[in-house]
Every structure is written in structure tokens, then in C-alpha cells.
Design a protein around this ligand. Structure first.
Ligand code: ADP
Length: 419
């Protein structure tokens, strides 16, 4: 036995193999040691923060990262897109740092920003891939990350200050659509005498009286139907009103493909607090039930949304902060009575063609240096014209735009108003 060991020891091949094994083991030990030291180093001398896409701060943080001086060249885009009507499409692009590793310098510290996108995991609520952003920096700097989150939130809120946020449905939740819009002053929408004040008071009164509803077991919601010819200010008024109340607007298109009863129900129940739910042109989605029987084709393109599904969803809408639903239509006579019964629609208002008062007020708003006499001459001229009998504020606005600096020409050319 001793002889065998001695002979193996002298064997050059065996010696070399032994050496190799030795080197391999040493390397493995070193690698292990390095890994442990790295873990130790990360634990004790680095700070990391993970923000997942389920967290509200996620998009704030991405926007903030992109707004930092050292902009990354590796971007990804969030596009919001909305079909507003035939041939009317609105698109907005937001650029945010793309998946991968980026470096930024903030408050004298280098920060590694790692954006990860999971290929296998999707958020079951929104159907989008699960994502996270991991911020890493040297030292124990929890405060630094708190500052960053605070700043990200502040700048996101600053962007919204004095603005109205429009939300549109994305899968089963509401997402802000485009950049927040500058609030439109309520006074810039000229409705007939006292009409705007009436709606504004009604809503403010509703918002103040939650206990009245709860004490009587009435769902805390209020529905409004604004009807009338196109271009008379239905949408503009609702947008301005939302601005006045500091509410957002959840824009829901009932013709949207893929909108089922369940989804609508869910969307209405998760609509952001402090927002108005706006169903524009409700007649386009649902003709009266009798008409639908006669003409089943009308139901085409409605996805799996049924009329009773819409009614149920509207009835189920209530929230502790009060739910306000606005519907608009150019054809109120096409609406089913069940849709507009009290409880679903509490206030119905006609937003009609211009009254004399509106013409006069629009003239004075457009030409503030003119006096009431000139405004009245404009009204007289308009009424003497055939088109002037039923003229919409949109037409009047278009006419004034042609004569921005000349009220005289606006008066003398009333016969040229576009129909
Ligand atoms: P509707 O929703 O009734 O079809 P919109 O609100 O979309 O009408 O109005 C279309 C355009 O006409 C907007 O640019 C808006 O500024 C202008 N407009 C309509 N009505 C009024 C109004 N009453 N006062 C001021 N501008 C108006």
C-alpha cells in the first residue's frame, strides 16, 4: 500500500491532476468568499429601495428620474391614445427611463437605477407586465430615498396644480390620459342666464350633504343629463365645472370594444375619488329598447355590454365622497326612459342654441373694450339673419375668430357666419 502511494506521488500525471483540483478548489473558495463579501458590503454599506409598478409612486418616480439633469438615452414610451369620434384621435407620449441600468447623481450621491420588467409575471388587475425600479447607492442613506420619493410626488402634483386630469379606462383601471389640462374658467363658457349657476349650486349642494343621503338610505350619487344641439357647450361646461370643483374627469366611451357588463361595473366602482364620470353621446351606444328590437344591428360593436348591464352599473355607483355622473346627448328623444329616470338622471337640462343674452355676453367677452350697445347691435344683426335663428356658441366663436381685432367687421359680416 505504502509503495502504491509513493509511486503515485512520483507519477507526474497524478501530480498535475492534484494541482488542478487544488487550484479549482481555491478559485471556488475565493468566488464564494467574494460573493459573501459583496453581500456583506451591500447589506452594510449600501442602501437600496425597490418600487414596484403596483405602487402609486412608480410612475411619479419614473417621471422624476427622467426630469433629472442627467437624462438617460435609453427611454421607453408610454402612449395614451383616445378615439374621440370618427377621425378624431388624440395621442400623448410620455418618455420614461427604459428597462435596464441607469446612473444618476442626486444630492452629491451616485445612484444606480435599475428598471426591471418581468417577462413571466403580469399584474392580474391591469394585464401589464409586472415591473420594478430598484435604486441603489453607497452608504446608509434612507433619508436620500425618502427625499427622492417626496420630490417625485411633489413634482407630479405640481404638474397637476390648477389643471384638470382626464382619465380613460385601461384594462380594469383608470389611467390619466395625456398631460393634465389647464383648468378652463367656468366664466369662459357662456350658458343661458342662470343655467351655469344653477348646475354649479346643485352640485355644490350635493357635495355638502352626504349625511342627508346616508340618513335616508339613498345612494350618495347624482346624475345629470345635458342635452341639446352640438357645439352649444355641453362638454366645455362639464370640463370647466370639473376644474371649478377641482375634480378630474373619467371619460367613458360606451362604444369602446371589449367593454363588458362586468368591466363597466368594475370601472365605475373604482373610478378615482373626486372625479366626474362622463358618458358622452350616450344615445350613440344605446338606442331606445324598442328601436333595438326593431333594429338589432344597433347593438353591433357594443362588445358584451348590455343595456341592463349599464343600468345595473349606474345603480351600483355610489361612494362615500359622492359620485357625480354626467351624460350628454344631441338626441335625448333616442334615450330609453329607464336610463333617464330619476335616480339615474336627477337633473335634465337643455343646452340650446344661443339666446340673446348668450350672444351679448360672448360678444363682450371676446371684445372686452366694447360696450353693451355694440353688443346689442351684434345681437340684432344676428337675429335679422336666417342662420341667426338657431346659432350655436361654437359658430359664434368661430365667427369671432375670423375678426379677432375688429368687432365692427364681426358685426357687418354676420351674414357670412359658417353654418
Ligand atoms: P357640445 O359638447 O355641446 O357639442 P362643445 O363644448 O364641444 O359643444 O363646444 C365646441 C366648441 O365651441 C368649444 O371650443 C367651445 O369653446 C365652444 N363653445 C361651445 N359652447 C360654448 C359656450 N356656451 N360658451 C363658450 N364657448 C362655447
Amino acid at each position: 500500500m505504502a509503495e502504491l502511494i509513493l509511486s503515485l506521488k512520483d507519477n507526474p500525471y497524478f501530480g498535475a491532476g492534484f494541482g488542478l483540483v487544488g487550484v479549482g478548489t481555491l478559485l471556488a473558495v475565493l468566488r464564494r468568499g467574494l460573493q459573501h463579501s459583496l453581500i456583506f458590503f451591500r447589506r452594510n454599506y449600501m442602501t437600496t429601495l425597490e418600487v414596484t409598478s403596483r405602487d402609486k409612486s412608480f410612475y411619479w418616480l419614473l417621471q422624476w428620474l427622467n426630469s433629472q439633469g442627467r437624462r438617460t438615452q435609453h427611454l421607453s414610451v408610454n402612449t395614451s391614445f383616445q378615439q374621440l369620434g370618427p377621425g378624431k384621435i388624440e395621442t400623448h407620449f410620455f418618455f420614461v427611463p427604459g428597462p435596464g441600468v441607469h446612473y444618476i447623481r442626486y444630492s452629491k450621491s451616485w445612484i444606480q437605477v435599475e428598471r426591471n420588467r418581468e417577462k413571466q409575471m403580469t399584474d392580474f388587475q391591469t394585464g401589464v407586465p409586472f415591473e420594478s425600479v430598484i435604486l441603489t447607492t453607497f452608504g446608509k442613506k434612507q433619508k436620500l430615498f425618502e427625499d427622492i420619493l417626496h420630490n417625485a410626488r411633489q413634482s407630479a402634483l405640481l404638474m397637476q396644480e390648477g389643471k384638470t386630469i382626464m382619465y380613460t379606462p385601461a384594462a380594469s383601471e383608470w389611467r390619466p390620459f395625456g398631460h393634465p389640462r389647464k383648468r378652463r374658467p367656468l366664466s369662459s363658457v357662456v350658458l343661458d342666464k342662470k343655467l351655469a349657476e344653477y348646475i354649479e349650486c346643485d352640485i355644490k349642494d350635493f357635495l355638502k350633504n352626504q349625511s342627508w343621503y346616508t340618513e335616508r338610505g339613498i345612494p350618495y350619487r347624482r346624475g345629470y343629463l345635458l342635452h341639446g344641439p352640438p357645439g352649444c357647450g355641453k362638454s366645455s361646461f362639464i370640463t370647466a365645472l370639473a376644474g371649478e370643483l377641482e375634480f378630474g374627469i373619467c371619460l367613458l366611451n360606451l362604444n369602446q370594444t371589449g367593454l363588458s357588463d362586468d368591466r363597466l361595473n368594475h370601472l365605475l366602482s373604482v373610478a378615482p375619488q373626486q372625479s366626474i364620470i362622463l358618458l358622452e353621446d350616450v344615445d350613440a351606444a344605446f338606442a331606445s329598447r324598442d328601436l333595438t328590437k326593431e333594429n338589432p344591428g344597433v347593438y353591433q360593436g357594443m362588445g358584451k355590454l348590455t343595456f341592463s348591464g349599464l343600468l345595473n352599473a349606474l345603480d351600483g355607483v355610489a361612494s362615500s365622497e359622492g359620485r357625480i355622473i354626467f351624460m350628454t346627448t344631441n338626441y335625448p328623444e333616442r334615450l330609453d326612459k329607464a336610463l333617464v329616470r330619476p335616480g339615474r338622471v336627477d337633473v335634465k337640462l337643455l343646452i340650446d342654441y344661443c339666446s340673446d343674452y348668450q350672444l351679448q355676453q360672448m360678444f363682450l367677452k371676446f371684445y372686452p373694450h366694447c360696450n353693451i350697445q355694440q353688443a346689442n347691435i351684434f345681437v340684432q344683426e344676428i337675429r335679422q339673419n336666417e342662420i341667426g335663428k338657431s346659432i350655436s356658441p361654437a359658430q359664434v366663436q368661430g365667427h369671432f375668430m375670423l375678426y379677432k381685432s375688429s368687432p365692427k367687421l364681426a358685426i357687418s359680416n354676420v351674414n357670412k357666419i359658417n353654418i
